[in-house]
Structure formats: structure tokens, C-alpha cells
Design a protein around this ligand. Structure first.
Ligand code: TXA
Ligand code: MG
Length: 337
């Protein structure tokens, strides 16, 4: 695809908003760094972010809003402290983490029950969110493992040909990412140090916990806050079961299949009948959560091809799995690793 370079005027913002609404990707400036934006309410659109960045795993993504009120529509609980923080620090480089509402797709939060939201302090970012008419999910607009871009030229070097458009605004004023503060713990915990200084937060919040220093380039995957199913999950591998494995009737297991169902399972959910990895990624977290809620003794996940978004799906499955499974005619053989 050709990446359009849009001027940050009314026409450019209108076109960018339209692209987001239609499920495309637009890179845009914020006061911290450039973000790679997609409609936060569409799992398919958010899946494209992972594809464009070449992220080999799912990490939770910050949702950008144009007012505190819009944030309150996405969180299921808003304590008074959150309101005070929004009043004092928004718009600005402070991201707040609180429990999410059901309308926020699981792929945005990598399966977490919480969603991180901020209101950026940049007229073009706010103009884009308003033009789109939806909240905008956006990680930093770099390829996986590369530094965050602070100029639209960096964005083009990283992502030209992989995204629909970039709003060209030159340098971003703050240059380091937002501070991420979780309000689901008491005292609140800083998950990432960033553009809002700790001292300023302490003045309003009082006692704060600070995650062991993570700095600006830390891997979010190290935060260990990813969704792990409560039903033991086994990764399906080919081959005949050996005698040391434990048999379990298929009916007591739920299967997360890639393209096609298998017989005998208590429940089967198929990620993508067409074998489309983007669709599979978009559906992955919600189907896993659904299977996890049904009270099975074990969940079995079929591997997906380890290419494109399949790498991120497999990374997630491997980290969530407690062992391996093989299939017999009407039994599943389970071994814990
Ligand atoms: O300044 C910024 O925050 C930039 C601009 C574009 O807004 N965005 C950014 O996004 O740096 P990203 O994806 O590179 O980093 C998001 C951080 C990660 O450390 C991630 O783990 C954390 O936010 N995060 C997102 N959602 C979370 C959640 N529900 N719970 C805990 N941490 C979360
Ligand atoms: Mg980043």
C-alpha cells in the first residue's frame, strides 16, 4: 500500500479520521512520540497495528481520547482519584489504567481486564480523535524493538508502505512516552516512568509504588500482567501419545482450533475458517476468554502458522500453556511440562 503523507490541516484531519473510521491505520503526532492509530473499538483494525509493527507478541495498547468524559465511557469504574488526576494532568503525558468496559476489545488490552487511557496534549492528535469520532488505540509508531519516533520522517523510515497515512507535523515536543499509572492497586503503581514526573504525581496521589525501573525502552511483556486462562491450557502437537501421558475424554476439554473444528470436544471455537491470521488475531483473546469461562477441565489450543500475526498468537499460546496435548480417537492425552 502507498502511505499518504497528510498535512495537519482540516482536510488532512478529515481524511485521516475517515481512514480510522473505515478500519485503517494512521500515524499521528502526540506531545510525547508519534502513535500508530486504529479504531480502538474494532478488533480487526487493532490487529492491523500488530501486523504493521511486526510485533511478535501481543502487548496491551494505550487508548487515546479527546476528553475525560470519553475515557469514562470506556472504563467500568472511575474512582474519585482518577477524576482528580484527569483534571490536573489531562491533556498530557499521563496514562491511567482502570478496569475496562465490554466494548473495549480484548486485543486492545492483550486480554487484560483493564484498559490504559490517555488524552494527549497535541492539537493534531485531538483533532484526529474528534474527526474519527471513535477512541484511537495507538502504540508508538515504530517497528518492533526500535526506538519510538519523534518526527514524521522516522515514522516513514519505519512504516512507509505498511500503513495508510501519516500526519506530518515535524518534531514532537516531549519526546519520551507517557507515564503509565495503574489505579487498580492501592497504593497506585507506576508501571512506566515517562513524561509526567513522579514528584508531580506524588503531590496529588500521596503514596505511590514504582515498578522496578523499566525506563523508556523496556519491554512491556516483562510486566507479567498478561491474561492467563484459569483453565489449564495445553498446546496441541502432532504425534501418537506415549503411555506416560494422562488421558482425558474430549468432552471435558474445550478446543481453540485454527481453521476447522475437531469432533468430540465439549466446545470448539475456530479462530479463522479462512486461515486468515489477522482475523485469528482479532478473535484470539475473546475466544480464549470465552472457552476459559465454561468450566472445562482443560483447554487445548491448536498451533497456528508462525508467520505474520501468527508469531504473536503463538508467543501468547506458548507463554499461557502449562503443557502439551495429543489427540487420540476420543481422548485427549495431556502432559504437563
Ligand atoms: O506516550 C505514549 O504513551 C505513546 C503515545 C503514542 O501515546 N504510546 C506508547 O505506547 O508509548 P506503547 O505501546 O509503546 O506503550 C504502552 C505502555 C506499555 O508499557 C504497556 O505495557 C502499557 O502502556 N499498558 C498499556 N495497557 C496497559 C494495561 N491495561 N495495563 C498495564 N499496562 C498497560
Ligand atoms: Mg513503544
Amino acid at each position: 500500500m502507498e502511505t499518504k503523507v497528510l498535512e495537519p490541516n482540516a482536510a488532512g484531519l478529515g481524511e485521516a479520521g475517515e481512514i480510522i473510521r473505515r478500519g485503517g491505520l494512521v500515524a499521528f503526532p502526540t506531545e510525547t512520540v508519534y502513535g500508530l492509530g486504529a479504531n480502538a473499538l474494532s478488533a480487526e483494525a487493532v490487529a492491523k497495528i500488530y501486523e504493521a509493527k511486526g510485533r511478535p507478541r501481543f502487548d496491551p495498547i494505550i487508548v487515546h481520547v479527546s476528553s475525560p468524559r470519553e475515557a469514562e465511557g470506556l472504563w467500568s469504574q472511575v474512582p474519585p482519584l482518577a477524576r482528580k488526576l484527569m483534571e490536573r494532568f489531562w491533556p498530557g503525558p499521563l496514562t491511567l489504567v482502570l478496569p475496562k468496559k465490554g466494548i473495549v476489545p480484548d486485543i486492545v488490552t492483550a486480554g487484560l481486564p483493564t484498559v490504559a487511557i490517555r488524552m494527549p496534549d497535541h492539537p493534531v492528535a485531538l483533532g484526529l480523535i474528534r474527526a474519527a469520532g471513535v477512541p484511537v488505540a495507538a502504540p508508538s509508531a515504530n517497528r518492533f524493538g526500535r526506538p519510538s519516533p519523534t518526527h514524521h520522517q522516522h515514522v516513514l523510515e519505519e512504516l512507509a508502505g505498511r500503513i495508510d497515512a501519516v500526519l506530518a507535523c515535524g518534531d514532537t515536543p516531549v519526546g519520551i512516552e507517557s507515564t503509565v499509572l495503574s489505579l487498580v492497586e492501592n497504593p497506585p503503581r507506576v508501571l512506566r516512568l515517562g513524561g509526567t514526573p513522579l514528584e508531580a504525581l506524588r503531590e496529588l496521589v500521596g503514596e505511590l509504588k514504582v515498578e522496578p525501573f523499566v525506563g523508556r525502552s523496556a519491554s512491556p511483556g516483562t510486566l507479567r500482567r498478561h491474561y492467563v486462562p484459569s483453565t489449564p491450557l495445553f498446546l496441541l502437537e502432532p504425534g501418537r501419545p506415549e503411555p506416560t501421558w494422562n488421558p482425558m475424554p474430549r468432552s471435558r476439554c474445550g478446543l481453540l482450533a485454527f481453521r476447522s473444528p475437531k469432533l468430540g470436544f465439549g466446545r470448539v471455537e475456530v479462530l479463522s475458517p479462512e486461515g486468515d491470521l489477522r482475523q485469528a488475531a482479532a478473535r484470539f483473546f475473546s475466544l480464549l476468554r470465552l472457552l476459559d469461562s465454561l468450566g472445562f477441565s482443560a483447554l487445548v489450543a491448536e498451533p497456528v502458522p508462525e508467520e505474520g500475526l501468527g508469531l504473536a498468537i503463538m508467543d501468547r499460546l506458548k507463554r499461557a500453556a502449562v503443557g502439551r496435548a495429543r489427540l487420540d480417537t476420543d481422548e485427549v492425552w495431556l502432559i504437563r511440562d
